[in-house]
Every structure is written in C-alpha cells, then in structure tokens.
Ligand binder design. Structure first.
Ligand code: CTP
Ligand code: CA
Length: 304
C-alpha cells in the first residue's frame, strides 16, 4: 500500500522501531510469549518510510509482510532484541520501542525437550530481563552528562552503548545456557589504551575538533535524540502511564488499554500519548497508521 499526502519531515533521519513480541525459550520447542501482533510497530515503520526516514525495524516474531523500504532485523528473544536495538540505536536519531518485551525469561533453558513423566511437573523459575527502554534513557542521560563535563572534547561512550555480542550485559548474565558473558565492568568504556579500541577506531573516526580516541562510531547521534515507549495497561491507565514515563526517562509514552479485544491483534486502537514536560495528546479510535502519524508529528517537533 502506498501512503500518500505525508510531510517528508523525517527525511535524513535514522529511526529504529521495535515491533512484535519476544519469545523466551523454555526448551527447544516451547517458549513464554505474548499476544503482540507487531501491527502497531509495522504501521510506525511504514509511516516513517513515507515521511522520508531511514528505518530499521527490529521485528520479534512478526508474521506480517515486510514494510517496503525498511531494513528488517528479525529477532526472537528479549536478549536478541536488546542487542539489535542497542546496535541500531548507536547512530539513530529516534528509537521507538513498540515491541512487547518479556519482563521475565525462564531462568534455565533446557537443552532437551522437557518430557512428561508420571510425577508432578517441575516448576519453571523465572529471571528478569533487562529493560531496554530504560537502558536507552540511561545511555542518553550519561552521554549528555559526559559531553557536558568534557566541555567540547569527545566524551567516552557509556559501556552499554558498545555493541559487543560477547558482553550481553549484567542482567543477562544469569542465562543458564552459554558461557558466562564477559561483564561490562565499571571501567570507562573508552579504554583508549587497549588494543581493541585502537583497532576498531580508524574506519569510523570522524575528523573535526571533537574527534578523539573514543570515536567508535560517527559523531552524529551517538545516542538517540528522541526515545518513545509504549505501555499496555489493563487498569489505572493514565496514572500507571505517567509513572512509567518518568521511570523510563523517555520523551513520549504511548499508553493504551489492553485486554478484552483491545489493541493487541486488532487493526485499530485508541491511545493517549504522554509527553515529557507537556500535555497528553488523545488519539481517537482509528487505524494504527493514524496513531503512528501522531507519534511522528510529536517526534518531528522534538528533533533538533
Ligand atoms: N520494555 C523494554 N524492555 C523490557 C520491558 C519493556 O524495553 N524488558 C519497553 C517496551 O517496549 C515498552 C515500554 O518498555 O515500550 C513499556 O513496557 P511495559 O511492559 O508497559 O512496562 P514495564 O516497565 O515492563 O512495566 P509493567 O509490565 O510492569 O507494566
Ligand atoms: Ca512489561
């Protein structure tokens, strides 16, 4: 479907949209999942392409057709979604977390299919997943603070922004499957003296007064300027939403009520967009593309 009549106000902007719902493996054939269809995230990706953006769509278990013009990265688990989003966010202007990310994963992933036995089933213990949206907010806050402190010299990138597949982050260290991931330690991510950063730097280094030893990616947008979250609430929708907006440190939080056939898996929904430092915007019941356009209007207004 061709989307017409939209402003090209996202031309030259890189946006990352996560969509769908993560699956957390219990054993090779079973998972914990959720009912997210990915429709809202796909509508966001389609409309962003129509408005001129360069779009990376991180899709968790979505069966919809790929939106034309977007780069689609397929993931399954929250851990994979985190790696893909943080990597793409490193040079993005905007990140929209429309995916339903599992809050918990089975603490142990059984290597073999769990068999039915005569006795009672074993319990499934859960471990907490990292909160990707909150992490993005933290990365941005720390990067801005470091920039201010550095007063014009290139600040070190926060540890969490360095996409290193071997370092899954402290929260993921509990995964009972693979070897212990290398911890992202408290030492400054820059480690300018280390051989690795020296090897990684040359190609991506940008010339200019700000380029220094820490340049591991282009200067433009080492963190996203605008961060958008979604919140599905079943009760106390606005109060829960306001608290969540503050807790996650994002700019916009799209809150909709779920349950009883609302939002998940439907083609239409209604929502309230909470705006950090501004008034909420009500979006009446309608197609997910209409809600997507309201989000992009608000995003475009916040881009420098
Ligand atoms: N989110 C995330 N990482 C998680 C959980 C959620 O990035 N581990 C993001 C979602 O993509 C969404 C936002 O956070 O944009 C809000 O998700 P929601 O589930 O409503 O918030 P939670 O903080 O998980 O709170 P709760 O589920 O307890 O309501
Ligand atoms: Ca949640």
């Amino acid at each position: 479907r061709v989307l017409r009549g939209r402003p090209r106000d996202l031309a030259g902007r890189k946006v990352v949209v996560s969509a769908g719902g993560t699956r957390e493996a219990i054993d090779p054939v079973r998972y914990l999942g959720n009912r997210s269809s990915g429709r809202q995230g796909y509508a966001l990706a389609r409309t962003a392409v129509a408005r001129g953006a360069e779009v990376t769509l991180v899709a968790a278990n979505v069966t919809l057709p790929d939106p034309a013009g977007a780069k689609v990265v397929r993931v399954e688990s929250a851990s994979e979604l985190r790696d893909a989003v943080l990597a793409a966010a490193a040079d993005a202007d905007v990140v929209v977390m429309a995916a339903a990310v599992a809050d918990f994963r089975p603490a142990t992933r059984h290597e073999a299919k769990i068999k039915k036995t005569d006795g009672e089933p074993e319990p499934i213990f859960l471990a907490k997943n990292p909160d990707i949206l909150a992490e993005l907010g933290t990365i941005r806050r720390e990067a801005r603070a470091a920039r201010t402190r550095a007063g014009g010299t290139k600040p070190p990138l926060p540890a969490a922004t360095v996409p290193d597949p071997a370092a899954a982050g402290p929260d993921l260290a509990g995964a009972a499957t693979g070897p212990e991931p290398a911890a992202v330690g408290p030492e400054p991510a820059g480690a300018t003296t280390g051989p690795e950063s020296a090897a990684a730097a040359p190609e991506l280094a940008v010339a200019g007064p700000e380029s220094g030893d820490f340049v591991a990616r282009p200067e433009r947008g080492a963190y996203p300027e605008v961060i958008v979250g979604f919140a599905a609430e079943t009760h106390d929708v606005l109060a829960n939403g306001q608290a969540k907006l503050a807790r996650k440190g994002c700019d916009l939080l799209v809150v909709n009520q779920v349950g009883e056939g609302l939002a998940f898996g439907t083609t239409d929904n209604a929502a309230t967009v909470l705006v950090a430092g501004g008034d909420p915007v009500e979006v009446p019941f309608g197609p997910k593309e209409a809600l997507a356009d309201v989000v992009w209007d608000l995003v475009a207004a916040r881009l420098p």
